[in-house]
Design a protein around this ligand. Structure first.
Ligand code: FAD
Length: 499
């Protein structure tokens, strides 16, 4: 018999994190909990965060978002991967495409056969075995075709680019229509119970109290509840990911709507390019220890598709994570829980997975400490695994043109990452621990794209005759090329299906 159920959930913040949480909880809880959201128009939202990874489709499905309507409402586009320019060496260019590479056939994974044949000069570049990479090259897009389960066309992984402000507005409409009550105003103070320090209300500038049993802190970098009230503490990862500032600027769109994000490395950081229907989003993430704000702005503005539509907007951050995402009756989601630079577009995914975890461990008034500890353990695991993948891009560079890149190549790295690099360096092996976010295909593309060639390949590859392997690789390559031929142009797909 359940007698100690919570009644009221208060979400503090109306950015992407706040409204995603509100939409998901309202959908899941079907009106049985009172869900309130407090946001301040005066403070506004961070307003960046426009590129995603494929798991967002699951979120949209859970909250019942129609894809075409969503793309239209957010001026969105489709995303098949991320192109990395100048990351290994200046002039290098590779793509991290979503989804699979190749097609498994025998005992050992596809890429092991490819490694052998590459060494023998009998394989094509890796991208030719990946449908999302080849489609990106030709600016084509098609969602997976369920009627073709055995074709690469039946297995196309994709995500979205969208305008962050329009996305928050879209989610707000959805959440409010499902009963979420919105309170507008600046929170001036946070009230805590004297007995156990649990938050019992937030107090707005005009004196209004918004009371609740469970508080979700989506207040952005300031961490109004989790840090300013509860002083939970923050683990700083700047020694591994030293970029600490960004400048963001929208510009006029390019004539071609590309179905991928681009990340171009500069002398002390990198620049994102996110193609939307009505504009291109750009930003320069950089390290203030190695460059000035003026130099960073100049590098950004020199690399735009078209005229800037505003002045570059500065953002400062400290990479790392909150020591506990869940503390007492406060769960931090979004930037309030931590920050990693958007190199692999992971922040919105972290919001989504936090929401899912909160639903999995949704508390009653007892706030079971075992559940809270498990929630925090899983959050940490997820953060650390993503962190390692992002560090890999920096560590694995061969650039000698700037002190920043040399420092990154020489920096000590977490043992967990060193282990993964060593596994790949020796035999091209990769390990995915406990269903971590990035698959072997992702790791492979960054290792390969940034010029780490394994010393050997898997010994069992030699069980197959060379000619048979060559034929196998060629077969996969040809099928992918034919599939891409029939895919429509990205812009044409949007014009036809999302208007
Ligand atoms: P915010 O958007 O900052 O929202 C905070 C909310 O809290 C606001 O509504 C504000 O009004 C409210 N608030 C704060 N204080 C008070 C107060 N005192 N009273 C009342 N209300 C208050 N993620 C991706 O997935 N892909 C990307 O490409 C990507 N790019 C990024 C680039 C940069 C430079 C940065 C910094 C982040 C990027 N992110 C990206 C992360 C993404 O922007 C965030 O995860 C996402 O926007 C969520 O932000 P948020 O809702 O946590 O915070």
């Amino acid at each position: 018999m359940q007698t100690d159920l919570l009644k009221t959930v208060v979400i503090v913040g109306g950015g992407t994190a706040g409204w995603m949480t509100a939409a998901a909880l309202a959908t899941t809880m079907k009106g049985r909990y009172d869900i309130r959201l407090v946001e301040s128009d005066e403070i506004g939202i961070v307003g960046v965060g426009e590129a995603t990874i494929p798991m967002i489709q699951l979120f949209n499905k859970i909250v019942g978002i129609d894809e075409a309507e969503f793309i239209k409402a957010t001026q969105g586009s489709f995303k098949l991967g991320i192109e990395f320019v100048n990351w290994g060496r200046v002039g290098d260019r590779y793509m991290h495409g979503f989804g699979k590479i190749g097609q498994d056939l025998w005992t050992v994974r596809f890429d092991q056969y490819w490694q052998k044949m590459r060494a023998l000069g009998r394989a094509q570049p890796l991208e030719q075995y990946c449908i999302t990479r080849m489609a990106s090259r030709q600016n084509k897009f098609l969602p997976p075709q369920p009627q073709l389960p055995n074709s690469p066309l039946g297995d196309i992984a994709y995500a979205y680019h969208f305008d962050a402000s329009l996305y928050a507005r879209f989610l707000r409409g959805l959440a409010e229509s499902r009963g979420v009550r919105r309170f507008e105003g600046r929170i001036d103070s946070v009230s805590q119970r004297p007995t156990d320090g649990h938050v019992d209300a937030v107090v707005l500038a005009g004196g209004q109290r918004v009371e609740g049993d469970l508080f979700i802190d989506c207040s952005g970098f300031r961490g109004l509840l989790i840090e300013q009230a509860l002083q939970t503490g923050y683990e700083d990862w700047t020694h591994w990911l030293p970029c600490d500032r960004a400048l963001a600027v929208p510009c006029e769109s390019a004539p071609t709507l590309t179905p991928y994000t681009r990340s171009t490395a500069h002398r002390a950081g990198w620049q994102w390019r996110i193609p939307l229907q009505h504009r291109t989003g750009n930003g320069h993430v950089y390290c203030s220890q190695f460059t000035t704000d003026d130099e960073a702005a100049a590098a950004l503005l020199a690399n735009l598709d078209g005229k800037p539509l505003a002045d570059p907007r500065p953002i400062r951050f400290t990479t790392g994570m909150r020591r506990q995402a869940w503390n007492k009756n406060v769960v931090a989601i979004g930037l309030a829980s931590g920050f990693m630079e958007p190199l692999e577009s992971t922040s919105i995914h972290l919001i989504q997975s936090s929401i899912q975890r909160l639903i999995d461990y949704f508390p009653d008034r007892g706030f079971n400490p075992v559940d809270v500890a498990e929630y925090n353990r899983q959050s940490r695991f997820e953060y650390e695994r993503i962190r390692d993948f992002i560090i890999l891009h920096y560590k694995l560079n061969q650039r000698d043109d700037s002190p920043f890149w040399k420092a990154c190549a020489e920096m000590p790295i977490p043992d967990s990452l060193a282990h993964k690099i060593e596994l790949f360096r020796t035999h091209g092996r990769m390990v995915r621990i406990d269903n971590e976010l990035f698959t072997e295909f992702s790791w492979l593309q960054v290792f390969e794209g940034q010029n780490l060639v394994p010393e050997r390949y898997h010994p069992l590859v030699d069980l197959q005759p060379e000619d048979a392997i060559a034929e196998y690789l060629e077969g996969v390559r040809e099928v992918i090329a034919k599939c891409v031929e029939v895919m429509p142009d990205h812009q044409a797909y949007i014009d036809k299906h999302c208007r």
